[in-house]
Design a protein around this ligand. Structure first.
Ligand code: CA
Ligand code: CA
Ligand code: CA
Ligand code: CA
Length: 260
């Protein structure tokens, strides 16, 4: 019973994953709406039954999301309020504070530029993260973390992490890719757009060309995108570039809906 874990003093990464799966009942990668209200209610109940007070983080969380129909959380927000024994998921929170940092990290660890983080790349990412956080680990632990990561984030079960899958390491508020989900284009249209905004025909989009593209996108998609966030969008997307040159493959990760 996943909700039985809610009264635990400390949770392992696997138990958090159980809780996550239980409450994200439609499996869309977020706990939202009724799922979130159920979670809040059962969390309060479980703590009460166990004779435990809500922690400060939990109280703030309940305050923020109770009766909030718009509320939507990712697994990082969940890990943040639950008492975690290994704090495994929280390393990410400490290391990846913004979308731009996340995109830079992505670029660094997708070493073969395949557009995916494969198992070996994921391992090297986790290894660096553990070292940075001064955690001791052995090969078995590294393997366990790698597999847990895949179980949590590989939502389409192809054994590797795509940009959007891995972006769930970001808190929902910081995840600008979520906003771009709704404005992604089919491959053909994307190619046309790329050529149109590559105004000097250099074969890549530079910062000024990206600026023009994003302005038009914001104009066209006022519901999804906010023109005031344009500098932040630009910074995050440019973090994928190769020294200021944004090639087709990298921009496609953000704007193209076709998976190839
Ligand atoms: Ca859900
Ligand atoms: Ca790769
Ligand atoms: Ca995947
Ligand atoms: Ca250009």
């Amino acid at each position: 019973m996943a909700n039985a874990h809610l009264k635990n003093i400390e949770l392992s990464a696997t138990q958090i994953l159980d809780i996550w799966r239980h409450y994200d009942s439609d499996g869309n990668g977020f706990i939202e709406g009724k799922e979130l209200q159920d979670f809040i209610e059962e969390l309060q109940q479980a703590r009460k039954n166990a004779g435990l007070e809500l922690s400060g983080e939990m109280k703030a969380f309940v305050e923020k999301y109770k009766q909030n129909a718009e509320g939507k959380i990712g697994i990082i927000e969940l890990a943040q309020i639950l008492p975690t024994e290994e704090n495994f998921l929280l390393f990410f929170r400490q290391q990846l504070k913004s979308s731009a940092e996340f995109m830079q990290t992505w670029r660094r660890y997708d070493a073969d530029h395949s557009g995916y983080i494969e198992t070996e790349e994921l391992k090297s990412f986790l290894k660096d993260l553990l070292q940075k956080a001064n955690r001791t680990y052995d090969d078995a632990k590294l393997e366990e973390y790698t597999q847990t990561m895949l179980r949590i984030f590989d939502t389409n079960n192809d054994g590797k992490l795509g940009l959007t899958e891995m972006a769930r390491l970001l808190p929902v508020q910081e995840n600008f890719l979520l906003k771009f989900q709704g404005v992604k284009m089919a491959g053909k249209e994307f190619n046309k757009v790329f050529e149109m905004y590559d105004q000097d025909g250099s074969g890549y989009i530079d910062e000024n060309e990206l600026d023009a593209l994003l302005k038009d996108l914001c104009e066209k998609n006022k519901k999804e995108l906010d023109i005031n966030s344009l500098p932040a969008y630009k910074k995050s997307i440019m973090a994928l570039s190769d020294g200021g040159k944004l090639y087709r493959t990298e921009l496609a990760l953000v704007l193209c809906a076709d998976d190839s």
